[in-house]
Write a protein that binds this ligand. Structure first.
Ligand SMILES: [Zn+2]
Length: 350
């Protein structure tokens, strides 16, 4: 092969290679052109390099220089095209850029949190503030101060996990009532949300750790009328209940004590599966704060009186959203949360 032949062959390869690399409209086509011209095995430049062996010794420097020029030109053209096409693929140049953005679901509040926040909102309007306290408690705060006599059967419902050193995991948020009464002087109106623990099996309607929310109102001259009117107002606001009823009950820390039911909103009181045919749905326990509890917290029960209530936001969430099994609330399955909370999308307000 003489020098002229070699130079024209190099020019042809450079021209065709330039055309092929420039014509590639995506990364895959560019790679095919690279293999065809710059490829190590069967690329056109590789065979041009092989041809240098048959060029005469005096023509070799000129031929080699031309080969290097052609290779450098095609290589830099390839690199440049690769950058451009790679960037185009990232922004999705093939897609219609005028289409609206595809939004990702960014998450939502848990149904139990939604219920707690709504309850808090209603009671805040009535002058209540939110109080919190430790989940690991002493026996005195969890039982003693709340008028649980030692060995009383009421303790059975409050079996819990005991910690090394004599503490326990609180079985209700009521210890925070005592802590609040010790810390602040009446008038007191607090709402106490928090996690509590019981030695319950984890089944469709029980969990060993669950949310509770309690309310406490203590001042001079507080009576059962205050309890009833406040809780009736709450039931009307929260459940849309037109009727409520109070049934006598027992709690060690209140006297008298009452369970509060709201008329079933689904059947209007005639009886249906949601209310187990009774026409009523039990929503909370309540009562007048026992004088022994006020005394344990350092208040004079002759001067002060109060009322309190407690309820389970998880049970309310279950009946409100028609959730068949309480364990779903603990599964952290975002598909479930999305169903309850609706779409909360990235880029959306809030
Ligand atoms: Zn019903």
């Amino acid at each position: 092969m003489n020098l002229d032949q070699y130079l024209s062959e190099a020019a042809a390869i450079e021209r065709e290679g330039t055309a092929a690399l420039s014509a590639a409209t995506d990364v895959d086509a560019l790679e095919a052109a690279r293999v065809a011209f710059l490829g190590d095995r069967q690329g056109r430049l590789k065979s041009l390099q092989e041809s240098l062996k048959v060029v005469s010794k005096e023509d070799k420097p000129a031929a080699g220089k031309r080969f290097n020029e052609a290779r450098a030109h095609l290589q830099s053209l390839h690199d440049e095209r690769k950058t451009v096409l790679g960037r185009a693929r990232q922004v999705g140049a093939k897609e219609d850029l005028s289409l609206p953005e595809r939004r990702a679901w960014k998450g939502a509040k848990h149904p139990v949190t939604l219920v707690i926040e709504e309850i808090e909102g209603i009671f805040r309007e009535l002058g209540f503030t939110v109080a919190q306290g430790p989940e690991a408690e002493t026996e005195w705060y969890n039982f003693g101060a709340l008028n649980f006599p030692p060995n009383h059967p009421a303790l059975d419902a409050h079996d819990t996990l005991y910690l090394e050193g004599g503490g326990l995991l609180r079985t209700h948020t009521s210890p925070v009532q005592v802590r609040t009464l010790q810390r602040y002087a009446p008038p007191i109106r607090v709402l106490i949300p928090g996690t509590v623990y019981r030695r319950d099996f984890f089944d469709a309607s029980h969990a060993p750790a669950f949310a509770q929310i309690e309310g406490l109102c203590v001042d001079e001259g507080i009576s059962f009328v205050d309890l009833k009117s406040t809780l009736n107002l709450f039931a009307e606001r929260f459940f849309g209940a037109s009727r409520t009823r109070f049934r006598p009950s027992f709690f060690p820390f209140t006297e008298p004590s009452a369970e509060m039911d709201v008329q079933c909103g689904i059947c209007g009181g005639s009886g249906c599966p949601a209310c187990k045919g009774t026409g009523w749905i039990e929503i909370l326990g309540s009562g007048m704060v026992h004088p022994a509890v006020l005394e344990a917290a350092g208040l004079d029960p002759e001067r002060y009186s109060g009322w309190a209530f407690g309820m389970g936001p998880a049970r309310i969430a279950i009946s409100r959203y028609g959730i068949p099994d309480i364990r779903i609330l603990y599964d952290s399955d975002v598909r479930f949360l999305e169903q309850i909370a609706g779409p909360v999308l990235s880029g959306a307000e809030g």
